[in-house]
Unconditional design. Structure first.
Length: 269
């Protein structure tokens, strides 16, 4: 069935996963199960207003970020088929490398969200600092593993042309840097800042770092100055470089420390 079969298989797999998750929740974790009373309470005006206030920056920020990724691919597509093919290989490798980083950010969000909900603000700030240290270590390890295993990874792609293989070899150091920085940023932004409802700051930071810096300089480097692919890739990664500084500053400012389960925001500062 080809591509259609792959799509159908993906839908079936995700449907089965949804059913399994619902069964586990309702059978073993009933406190998490959705009840009609929860729906009624969620429709209260104050609850809806609070939900929209917290979530709309996340939704808008996600759209902005996805649009930026789409724009990066358009820019790379204008560089040539070899560059676009190289990026097609880089993207899944980065996704696999970031899997552990995503797990760390999700775990951080659970731990910090729990402590914030219990009004344990000092513990929350301590967890945030531990998360930063852990993200740096995990990101560095992931980047190092990528560099060490680059030959083995390339051997998995038996049909790569010599040009693509050469570009991949030159791109691995940039990929390693990108994975390390993205692990740190994902942990701080998703795991820490958003746990305290600091989503508007995250949205503004994503917009500035991506659309006011990374997208313009990448477009100029690729289209105007016709820089080499690895340099353009580094310009794309510069978004993560300049995003680390405000993310770390925001975490240490403790302005994100709020209990989202209460109607009033409380800060540890």
């Amino acid at each position: 069935m080809g591509l259609i079969g792959a799509g159908i298989g993906s839908v079936i797999a995700r449907s089965i996963r949804l059913i399994v998750v619902l069964v586990i929740i309702y059978r073993y974790f009933p406190v998490l199960a959705l009840r009609w009373q929860n729906v009624v309470e969620a429709c209260e005006r104050s609850m809806v207003s609070k939900f929209v206030t917290i979530t709309y920056p996340i939704m808008v920020g996600t759209v902005i970020w996805c649009a930026g990724i789409f724009t990066f691919n358009i820019i790379l597509g204008r560089m040539g088929q070899t560059e676009l093919a190289t990026m097609a290989v880089i993207t899944p490798l980065e996704s696999v490398g970031l899997a552990l980083g995503l797990g760390l950010s999700n775990a951080t969000g659970i731990i910090i969200g729990n402590s914030l909900g219990a009004n344990q603000f000092k513990h929350s700030t301590q967890y945030a600092r531990w998360a930063l240290q852990s993200a740096f270590i995990v990101g560095a390890l992931l980047g190092g593993i990528l560099l060490v295993a680059q030959s083995a990874l390339l051997s998995l792609y038996g049909a790569l042309s010599d040009d693509v293989t050469e570009l991949m070899i030159m791109s691995f150091p940039v990929m390693a840097l990108s994975i390390m920085l993205r692990t740190i940023n994902i942990t701080l932004i998703v795991g820490v800042l958003r746990s305290g409802g600091d989503s508007k700051f995250c949205m503004n930071m994503d917009f500035v770092c991506q659309w006011m810096w990374a997208v313009p300089v990448t477009a100029m480097g690729a289209i105007v100055f016709e820089l080499p692919f690895t340099t353009v890739l580094l310009l794309m990664t510069s978004e993560e470089i300049i995003k680390v500084l405000p993310a770390v500053w925001r975490v240490y400012s403790d302005k994100w420390v709020n209990n989202l389960t209460e109607n009033t925001e409380r800060s540890a500062a």
